[in-house]
Design a protein around this ligand. Structure first.
Ligand code: SF4
Ligand code: SF4
Length: 316
């Protein structure tokens, strides 16, 4: 029977000190139960279902880096144009870590990509959150563990009739059907960075505005990140082969992967990218070079001051 092996909170084997569900608001449609890859649930969605497009007319879609790459390339836009036209900024945490959401119509939260008859007009490149719905992907990391874990939860909203359909499948089958693997792989480091920032919060303190600008540029504004990489000072600091640099220059995905490594290095001091030999003779010099790189980020952003919604990541 549909939904028969969905187990409810607290599921067996879950450590109650685990905080993976603590961010779910009391009245959230996200059900406080953990789904495993093999958990079966009941769902189907297809053109012609009575609620067709209902979810896209109540859209609250947080975008991850690979979502933006897919959408801006589909639309033939630069990342800057896409951000300006199709997104709104918001804060991922109390420190103001930058996030972006999909822009909707002003009065009702109707996704700008939905067509009454055709449904999603960017279907092949729709964001990860749209692919997963009605499953929520949640990342968590226990304080005493280094690696993050991914979990799944069920989202049940009254407008969605898909839950009443007589089709049973596992979370793993649904992930495969929705082709989320590639999105998960390329967005995972983004979630890890956010978790790491959150879990090291008091120790790390509030990152500087320049760090947030770098995070914004790497994760969301990949074309501007490319300009930043091509500034004269960058390769005086970071040791990158010509072959790798060419690849990073021309391929958005390779640039994103490199950007994650750069963020780990600049934000958390991980030595994930080799430095040019003798570039730093001592710690003070290293610090000065990193500051120079950060100043390049500021300079790149000062050239982007026409991107009004993102002034706070652009201004000093
Ligand atoms: S991107 Fe497509 S699937 Fe996602 S909310 Fe918009 S129209 Fe719906
Ligand atoms: S079944 Fe759910 S996901 Fe599908 S169109 Fe209806 S509301 Fe959207």
């Amino acid at each position: 029977m549909c939904g028969s092996d969905v187990h409810y909170f607290p599921p067996e084997g879950i450590d109650m000190s685990d905080n993976r569900f603590e961010d779910i608001p009391f009245n959230s449609p996200v059900q406080p139960n953990q789904l495993e890859l093999e958990t079966k649930f009941c769902f189907n969605c297809y053109p012609g279902i009575s609620c067709f497009n209902a979810c896209c007319k109540q859209a609250d879609i947080t975008l991850a880096p690979y979502d933006i790459i897919r959408l801006k390339n589909r639309l033939g836009m630069s990342s800057g144009e896409f951000l300006k036209k199709h997104t709104v900024p918001f804060e991922l945490d109390a420190h103001g870590m930058p996030g972006v959401k999909m822009r909707t119509t002003d009065i009702d939260p109707i996704c700008l990509f939905v067509d009454e008859e055709k449904g999603c007009t960017v279907y092949e490149d729709r964001p990860s959150a749209c692919r997963y719905y009605p499953i929520a992907l949640m990342s968590s990391r226990k304080a005493d563990e280094y690696h993050d874990e991914q979990h799944y939860a069920h989202v049940q909203e009254d407008h969605c009739m898909g839950h009443k359909e007589d089709r049973e499948l596992t979370v793993a089958e649904y992930r495969e059907e929705q082709k989320v693997e590639e999105f998960d792989e390329l967005n995972r480091s983004f979630y890890q960075l956010i978790l790491k920032k959150k879990s090291t919060g008091p120790a790390l303190g509030k990152p500087s505005p320049t760090s947030f600008q770098l995070f914004f540029m790497v994760c969301y504004d990949t074309d501007r990140f490319n300009e930043f990489l091509n500034a004269p000072n960058f390769r005086k600091i970071y040791d990158i082969s010509d072959e790798d640099f060419k690849l990073i220059n021309k391929d958005d995905v390779e640039r994103l992967k490199f950007g994650y490594r750069l963020l780990k290095q600049v934000l958390f001091g991980e030595h994930s990218i080799p430095l040019v030999k003798d570039a730093y003779k001592n710690r003070m010099e290293e610090r000065a070079e990193i500051l120079t790189a950060r100043q390049e980020a500021e300079a790149a952003y000062s050239r982007a001051k026409d991107q009004e919604p993102f002034e706070k990541y652009i201004e000093d």
